[in-house]
Design a protein. Sequence first.
Lengths: 155, 172
Amino acid sequence: MRGLALPVAAGALVALLAVAAVQLLGPIAPLSHAEQAAAIAAELRCPDCQGLSVAESRTAAADAIRSEIDAQLAAGRSADEVRQHFVDRYGEWILLTPDEPLPWVLPGAALVGGLAGLAAWLLRGRTRPAPAPAPVPAGEAERRRIRDEVESLDA
Amino acid sequence: MTRSRLRWLLVPLLILPLSWLLFTGLGRDPADIPSPLVGRQMPAFTATTVDGTDLDSATLAGQPIVVNFWASWCRPCIAEHAVLSAAADDGVRLVGIVYQDSVEGARAFRQRYGGDWPDALDPTGAIAVDFGVTGPPETFFVDGQGIVRARHIGPLTPEAMAGLLAEIGVDR
């Protein structure tokens, strides 16, 4: 039985990898019209709400934007074209996820900078202080001077 | 420069830009959202007015015009209506677009507060979406070439009205 363990494990691993490959690389079912519309609505800010997307809101403005998304998709526009249609009217403000790279990069840069600063601060304590210079043996003149001083104290 | 002096230099280097960022942020008006329409052709629309006539935006071309989005349920619109009426009396061309409101509501408002400029109905909200309106009152100032020159969010004061009319070449 023991002799089978390795081939069985290898076979299981290959099967798992194959399933993963099919999942990741296989043809993705195209989004339906409704799914696409819902995905776009979720990325757009509801103009007359506070912090809600068009998908989450039931205001008349959100309704109007949803029907416009439907009309645009039905006319054969791509999701990016539909998003751009609203950016052209409301500005970047309408997008709940910013297009500019700065808001995405800044938190990461701050984190890396902070960690680098912390590491530098922690490692600084590790570096040992330079060893004290080795004592220089006193010469004959030095010995005599010390002896004279000690004797003068005794006197 | 010694290490400790370098450390003290870090304080102004970090604190000054941060304070500047916070102070300028405090002074900013979160309602002041730049409109991408400014500098571009006014969106075209056709609509039925409160009085039941047809209105085609193409017929508005050729002269400066003020496009005002309003609603009868919008309280700041009442105060603003006086400013619009004064401008209309001075010969400024206006067109109102009724935002998320019923015909009856809009008609009652006009009967109560007056005004004889056309008011287009926008039952689906499609015109408001085309103009990128965030909520009433909101006003667009369009020049004689049909180019949007300014967008004003919130009720117009007489001073704001005068300044914005000057931008589309209307001198009262």
